[in-house]
Write a new protein. Structure first.
Length: 217
């Protein structure tokens, strides 16, 4: 449903407009997708504003292999783990661009957050994905991962962390959150690039905690 409240400004209080999330100001009133692993309530309930200190920060990258108008986006999501063992989504700079453009976007976030590692899916680009990043930033720490299991199998333990209240979005990420709450693997054919990047980042941060393993057991 497309209902843009900006076009009804004369009938709304300014405080009402100021309090509306960006996705609602744009007129995108979206319900949760039936069968989706994420619900908006799971995200909204544990959302925070202030950034805390982190033990580790990583960047999940799901790279697109082409740069045409019909290409997928490259998912680029930054996440951190704090001293309490909770997880924070810090940034989503996903974009549609050339390999050079997305590599520069990753480099910028890597330096901005003083990240420890970049986690890159290499199913499509193979070794060229890491090589592309190192051509832009020679000293970048990059770990290549291969999606041997289906998206839904990888995503389920991460969604469970959200249900437990262990993942906090630091601010709002409308496009990322729309993708999380609108992705049903039985219905969606398009590649959920932002979702994939988030899953890779949080899987890396939670790998040593045993949480994902316990949830999946």
């Amino acid at each position: 449903m497309l209902m843009n409240p900006q076009n009804n400004r004369e009938n709304l209080a300014e405080t009402t407009l100021a309090e509306l999330p960006e996705r609602l100001l744009e007129g995108n009133w979206l319900d949760d997708m039936e069968g989706a692993l994420w619900k908006r309530e799971m995200i909204d309930r544990f959302r925070i504003i202030n950034v805390t200190e982190f033990q580790r920060v990583v960047i999940g990258v799901d790279p697109a292999v082409t740069a045409t108008p019909g290409s997928d986006e490259t998912g680029i999501v930054v996440a951190g783990r704090d001293r309490k063992g909770e997880y924070h989504i810090l940034s989503d700079v996903s974009l549609k661009g050339t390999p050079l453009e997305w590599a520069r976007a990753v480099e910028k976030e890597y330096k901005r957050w003083n990240a420890d590692r970049v986690i890159c899916e290499t199913n499509n680009g193979g070794d060229l994905v890491a090589a592309n990043l190192r051509n832009v930033c020679r000293d970048i720490s990059c770990k290549s991962v291969n999606a041997a299991r289906g998206k839904i199998i990888r995503a389920e333990p991460i969604a469970a962390l959200y249900e437990l209240g262990k993942v906090h979005h630091v601010g709002r990420f409308p496009k990322l959150e729309d993708q999380l709450c609108g992705y049903n693997p039985a219905l969606n054919q398009s590649s959920p690039d932002r979702l994939d990047a988030l899953v890779w980042a949080l899987s890396e941060l939670s790998a040593g905690s045993g949480e994902c393993r316990a949830i999946m057991a």
